[in-house]
Ligand binder design. Structure first.
Ligand SMILES: [Zn+2]
Length: 260
């Protein structure tokens, strides 16, 4: 009754802020690795150090998916994670979340078919302004829509990929709400999940992220312990160019993490 009344009286976002901590009031800690990928494609001949660091060749990516299959991992979405953190719903055994930042074209040509081949799902953080501009190096709206319809999570990585720390309120609303609304309009998805560009945010970023009703947000901080009281600051585990075919076992084990 109280919740229903609050829903009627409060503007969007206010209800969400009152829901913390833990949705049903229970604080939960769950250990789930959220892997962070960028490019999955052959390395260009002129690749610089940054590109090398961000690129996994397709055969290495296939080896990762084979490892996950062989070891009995189940890919879950951030929505499943949200329900588990906030309501205590049960996750499948050995859950893992595969995330792909920036919405590069190879997410459609390389990652998407590989995930489908193994029966996995992924979460793709899209820079919506690239799709709006028709940039051929990035996913188009038609590709984003097709991936969403095939069960992939198509989520927000802002409109322009500018950093979100030390920004004013209007800028943050434009980037955060704008990208969410674009994904809703073009791919008919709620886009309640966010990845901060370059992992940068501050208190004002968190406040606006909460106000425009993102449910979870991922950072570039390293870790695998997820806490219901910090839904907008979830750590991930970076997969980089040095991660070989067997490197994923080391990353998933997580015994190298400071927090373990
Ligand atoms: Zn990015």
């Amino acid at each position: 009754m109280l919740l229903a009344a609050a829903g009627l009286l409060c503007v969007k976002g206010t209800v969400d802020a009152q829901r913390a901590p833990g949705g049903d009031g229970t604080m939960r800690r769950i250990r789930v690795p959220i892997l962070m990928y960028h490019y999955v494609s052959p390395l260009p001949a002129d690749a610089d150090d940054t590109r090398r660091d961000l690129t996994i060749p397709p055969d290495v990516f296939a080896a990762h998916l084979q490892y996950l299959t062989d070891e009995g991992y189940h890919t879950i979405s951030l929505y499943q994670l949200y329900d588990a953190l906030m309501q205590g719903t049960t996750l499948p055994p050995k859950p893992v979340i595969l995330t792909f930042d920036d919405g590069y074209l190879d997410h459609y040509t390389s990652v998407f078919p590989a995930l489908q081949k193994y029966g996995f799902t992924g979460t793709f953080f899209v820079i919506t302004g690239r799709a709006d501009a028709g940039d051929p190096a990035y996913l188009s709206w038609a590709q984003i829509d097709a991936m969403a319809q095939a069960g992939m999570s198509m989520e927000a990585h802002t409109k322009s990929h500018l950093t979100l720390d030390a920004r004013d309120r209007d800028f943050l609303i434009y980037e955060l709400l704008g990208s969410q609304e674009s994904l809703q309009a073009h791919a008919n998805v709620p886009a309640r999940m966010l990845s901060y560009p370059v992992g940068r945010y501050d208190d004002q970023t968190l406040q606006i992220t909460r106000e425009v009703d993102y449910w979870l947000a991922v950072t570039t901080q390293s870790g695998n312990r997820l806490v219901s009281t910090s839904p907008l600051e979830l750590p991930r585990i970076r997969v980089n160019g040095a991660t070989g075919p067997t490197g994923i076992a080391y990353l998933l084990r997580g015994d190298w993490l400071d927090s373990n």
